[in-house]
Design a protein around this ligand. Structure first.
Ligand code: NAD
Ligand code: MG
Length: 388
């Protein structure tokens, strides 16, 4: 039985990870569960899965949980998350599943790689902010990072048995998000409730807003660059409204290989959890004859400046993607709180990239300093409590 160390257990991905694990009784045990503040969901999950250790990012939530489960060890804050990721350091077959949202996932990923634990990564911000450091640590420790993001899982599946040297380019598909049919003028007045209505996927709040701005696609380009070790100019995006083709690989002989399936994260989660074997799972089957048509179109970078900023930050490298991510995290929180209009998200990101004190080869500490400095600068301009 394989141990899962599940971070972000109460979220959209975290709950689907548990669904996938439940679908093969006896295959997995849930050794560790963590969340941010949601003690009610954690209470239910702890009762059901009886983990060895749990952690809450929020200290008060950790205290409440500790009172409910006096016999369970419960950590809190960043230290608790890092402990959870590296729990049972001698367990060489366990899998860290990182489903935390935001840069908060970076240090736990590093902690798991530090004990040579394989990582199934949904937390794309880990690679956006710390891709160079994280991939280097994984290489040094001989540990695999398995993608959970659907586009990267698709590319991973397309590359199965192929030589990376025969890859011409990666083509990441994009649905266009909630506002793909709106003009730039119309975008000025959109509300958080409208932005949270994704046409194809039901996901956490932050990634749904990132899909509407297409920052999510920019993050995925950076994620792919690190995961597959290809230069930025060989990673393209294409608009694909139906979100059935999850991504494609073009080979040097002109062949395109695509991975196609329904909109259900349980498939890429299952592929990562059971790798290298495929396992039946509850994902809905796709009937292409019923769907009839799949459409593709070029992406208009003027309409989606966040995608362009992500490419620019990736090309600069160093701590630029850390600044991009921090500005975006705060801007999305401000938009969701009703403090700024939708189009101010891209303006905040643009300004952060213009102002960043550039470091070419940042250490982890310097990346975290960049993150903190950008958060302070943005919240200083758009003051609201509890956003740092
Ligand atoms: P979510 O908001 O639904 O869940 C986030 C989880 O992380 C929750 O368990 C929450 O308690 C925890 N969390 C939040 N802030 C935290 C913090 N500061 N410290 C520790 N834990 C914290 O988010 P989600 O949609 O499940 O996304 C999780 C990650 O997976 C994101 O990086 C997202 O981009 C990526 N992802 C999600 C989907 C999807 O379909 N939801 C698809 C691809 C990739
Ligand atoms: Mg994705």
């Amino acid at each position: 039985m394989r141990s899962l160390y599940l971070l972000g257990a109460t979220g959209s991905i975290g709950r689907q990870v548990l669904d996938v694990a439940d679908a093969t009784p006896g295959a997995f045990r849930i050794a560790v569960l963590t969340a941010d503040t949601d003690i009610e969901t954690m209470t239910v999950l702890i009762q059901k899965y009886q983990p060895e250790f749990a952690a809450m990012n929020d200290a008060a939530a950790a205290e409440t949980l500790a009172m409910r489960f006096p016999d369970l060890e419960i950590g809190s804050g960043k230290a608790g998350l890092v402990r959870a990721a590296a729990w049972n350091p001698g367990d060489k077959t366990g899998l860290l599943v990182n489903a935390i949202v935001g840069v908060a996932g970076l240090e736990p990923t590093i902690a798991a790689l530090g004990v040579k634990r394989t990582v199934a990564l949904a937390n794309k911000e880990t690679l956006v902010v710390g891709g160079a450091i994280v991939m280097e640590l994984a290489r040094r420790n001989g540990v695999a990072i398995l993608p959970v993001d659907s586009e990267h899982s698709a590319i991973w599946q397309c590359l199965n048995g192929e030589d990376l040297a025969s890859v011409e380019r990666l083509i990441i598909t994009a649905s266009g998000g909630a506002f793909r049919d709106k003009t730039r003028a119309e975008l000025a007045g959109v509300t958080p409730a409208e932005a949270l209505c994704h046409p194809n996927w039901n996901m956490g709040r932050k990634i749904t807003i990132d899909s509407a701005t297409m920052m999510n696609k920019g993050f995925e380009v950076i994620e792919a660059m690190h995961l597959f070790g290809l230069p930025l100019d060989r990673i393209d995006c294409v608009l694909h409204r139906e979100s059935y083709v999850h991504s494609l690989v073009e080979f040097i002989d002109g062949s395109l290989i695509a991975q196609i399936s329904s909109h259900d994260m349980r498939l890429p989660i299952s592929y990562a959890l059971h790798h290298p074997t495929r396992t039946p799972n509850p994902t809905a089957r796709l009937d292409l004859a019923h769907i009839g048509e799949l459409s593709f179109a070029p992406i208009d970078f003027d309409r989606y400046p966040c995608l362009r900023y992500a490419y620019e930050a990736a090309a600069r490298g160093g701590n630029a993607p850390a600044a991009l991510n921090a500005a975006n995290e705060v801007a999305v929180a401000l938009f969701l709180a009703g403090t700024i209009p939708f189009l101010t998200i891209e303006a905040i990101v643009h300004q952060a990239l213009a102002e960043v004190a550039f470091i070419e080869r940042p250490t982890l500490a310097e990346l975290l300093e960049t993150d903190a400095a950008v958060r302070t600068a943005v919240t200083g301009r758009y003051p609201r409590p509890n956003l740092i």
